[in-house]
Design a protein around this ligand. Structure first.
Ligand code: HEM
Ligand SMILES: *[C@@H]1O[C@H](CO)[C@@H](O)[C@H](O)[C@H]1NC(C)=O
Ligand SMILES: *[C@@H]1O[C@H](CO)[C@@H](O)[C@H](O)[C@H]1NC(C)=O
Ligand SMILES: *[C@@H]1O[C@H](CO)[C@@H](O)[C@H](O)[C@H]1NC(C)=O
Ligand SMILES: CC(=O)N[C@H]1CO[C@H](CO)[C@@H](O)[C@@H]1O
Length: 534
């Protein structure tokens, strides 16, 4: 009896000592991470605090104040850091640190896409296929893209604005959030699948609103799978799912929708229908991916995107990739346009300055009396300073992806600032704090496009601002669609403000951009009224 009691106490004591060491002494005092200031007293011991902050959607303000108090490297969990100085950002993002499993929720059909791919080899196999068609020079000289843009702007978008002006002075305005989500979807889907086989979200309001609702479900419930994947899987297995079942249903419906678009491409190809290059129906991205894979298969017997996965289904692999582009391209640029027109609508003076600049385009996008549409010279469009400035300032203050972009430190460890950081640590920077550095962006909460104008800014300040700008991330995993996004946003803004002024009717909720990986306006709507320029 006494002996077994003794054993039990000894075992309990041993367990106690082990647990104290493992969960208290080591992380707080001995781990190399213990030298790094903690955002919260409990961060060295437990993830609970940061999990709660994320759940309660308080992460951006929490990290902002943590970095202001504690400096550029902050510990937010036992094995998790937040950074916000350019040197550390360069180390992590230019240094090729891999993405953690956090990104697996962005796999589609159970297959990784370029965005969610983790090993470098798998990522570059995909990137090779598409980087050419998303380069600036390709987009600017692509006849198909130009024809698609012309059709979307002049046959779909501007008629909606025109009708809204005609509608008895349209006192209630129109919801531009929904319209911009539709325009950006039509742009990216046309570039991928061709104009006729892509989407017509601008024309089909009912389907578009249904789609946006499904998309919101997908967006709102990533938390569980990303932050506590094991618990989430376990709960799903025992039949108590942490997210409602209709979220899975929404995901399935979206997935089937995109497979439908891809299958049609396959069928056309099998039927021997070859799109004529340079016409609006050319599916530029789809062709690049499908031809690239076919070439690889002919040469090597197997496509290299399949090397690193057990996957044998090329079609699914293509669909996963394009599904991601369609979603990534739609939401981000739609958000930016919503915030940009909201800001512009607060200053007629700025709209006039912008219009004066837009009308210097040769040809410009002013609507001729006979209605013949013209597309501007795209190089000239890209070099308009004020148009560029209003976009940059919007992407700074209202970054569509303001939240942390996690990576993991390499096996061998690394140096971040003056700290040694072991391998396998989650580490992230976020545009939200980088874009609010007062030493680079004075009065950071103020929306002020002049800070991006070469004529109104010291060249050295401008250089530092461009270096700090992180709306598209940086390094090897930087946004592949950044040129496409800038191109379409510049076209859309030019088409609108060459001929209309905009005025706020109802902007409730705009100020409160949601705190999360993507930042959406509080009520997901913005009502503006458009007037003809007199
Ligand atoms: C204003 C518009 C856009 C913004 C602000 C934006 C922002 C970003 C950011 C911040 C990342 C890095 C995310 C991370 O590592 O966590 C990213 C990656 C990516 N974006 Fe965009 N994006 C935009 C438009 C687009 C468009 C139009 C496409 C269409 C193809 C696109 C496709 C992608 C892809 C495929 C990646 C993954 C790149 C990789 O992992 O190598 N994005 N984007
Ligand atoms: C980090 O972020 C805070 C808050 O955004 C900012 O004030 C600070 O200057 C930033 N830069 C560095 C190097 O800490
Ligand atoms: C789909 O694309 C093909 C060319 O690839 C074109 O011939 C066809 O008209 C398009 N379909 C629609 C509905 O526009
Ligand atoms: C478009 O705007 C210009 C001024 O920017 C104006 O002269 C022209 O009449 C407008 N056209 C239409 C059709 O509203
Ligand atoms: C993206 C973004 O700005 N989100 C929120 C960050 O936190 C503040 C509160 O401090 C909110 O007002 C923002 O909407």
């Amino acid at each position: 009896m006494i002996a077994s009691n003794g054993w039990a106490s000894a075992a309990a004591a041993a367990i106690f000592v082990f647990l104290s060491y493992r969960y208290l002494v080591y992380p707080a005092l001995l781990s190399p991470l213990s030298r790094i200031p903690s955002a919260h007293w409990s961060a060295p011991f437990s993830r609970l605090w940061i999990l709660w902050i994320r759940f309660a959607r308080r992460e951006n303000r929490t990290l902002l104040s943590a970095h202001r108090r504690l400096g550029p490297v902050v510990r937010v969990g036992p094995y998790e850091l937040s950074i916000n100085d350019t040197d550390s950002v360069r180390t992590v993002y230019q240094g090729g640190f891999e993405k953690p499993a956090w990104y697996s929720v962005f796999d589609n059909y159970g297959v990784p896409c370029m965005f969610s791919a983790r090993p470098a080899a798998e990522h570059s196999a995909r990137k090779r296929l598409i980087s050419r068609v998303y380069s600036k020079s390709y987009i600017q000289s692509c006849a198909a893209a130009s024809a698609q843009g012309r059709a979307i702007l002049y046959e779909r978008l501007l008629p909606i604005l025109k009708d809204s002006v005609a509608e008895a002075e349209a006192p209630h305005g129109i919801d531009v959030f929904s319209i911009f989500m539709a325009a950006t979807m039509d742009f990216i889907a046309s570039y991928i699948f061709g104009l006729g086989n892509g989407t017509d979200f601008l024309g089909d309001k009912a389907y578009r609103e249904h789609f946006l609702e499904l998309y919101r479900a997908r967006n709102d419930y990533g938390y569980y799978d990303q932050e506590m994947p094991r618990l989430t899987r376990f709960c799903r297995r025992i039949g108590i799912p942490l997210c409602p079942r209709w979220v899975d249903g929404a995901n399935q419906e979206l997935g089937a929708w995109c497979r439908g678009l891809c299958d049609k491409m396959e069928q056309l190809r099998h039927a021997g229908v070859r799109p004529i290059p340079g016409t609006p129906d050319e599916p530029v991205v789809w062709s690049a991916v499908a031809d690239g894979l076919a070439n690889e298969q002919a040469k090597n017997g197997r496509a290299s995107v399949l090397y690193s996965t057990a996957l044998s289904n090329v079609q699914l692999s293509v669909a996963s990739e394009l599904f991601d582009h369609v979603l990534a391209g739609q939401e981000t640029a739609g958000l930016a346009l919503t915030y940009l027109t909201w800001r512009l609508s607060q200053s007629l003076d700025l709209q006039n300055r912008l219009r004066a600049e837009l009308l210097t385009l040769r040809p410009n996008m002013q609507l001729a009396r006979d209605g013949t549409p013209s597309m501007p010279d795209l190089k000239q469009l890209d070099s308009l300073p004020l148009l560029h400035a209003v976009l940059m300032e919007t992407l700074r203050l209202h970054a569509p992806i303001p939240g942390p972009q996690p990576r993991q430190t390499p096996e061998a460890g690394c140096h971040i600032g003056s700290y040694h950081v072991p391998g396998g640590v989650r580490i992230a920077a976020l545009a939200y704090t980088l874009h609010r550095d007062e030493s680079i962006f004075p009065e950071p909460e103020k929306w002020d496009p002049d800070r991006w104008l070469p004529s109104r800014t010291d060249p050295e300040d401008l250089r530092r601002r461009n270096q700090q700008f992180w709306a598209f991330s940086s390094g090897g995993r930087m946004c592949i669609g950044s040129n496409f996004a800038m191109h379409e946003m510049k076209l859309i803004i030019t088409a609108i403000y060459s001929n209309y002024t905009s005025h706020i009717v109802d902007d409730e909720g705009l100020e409160a951009q949601s705190d999360g990986y993507t930042g959406r306006p509080g009520r997901e709507r913005l009502f503006l009224r458009f007037e003809n320029v007199v």
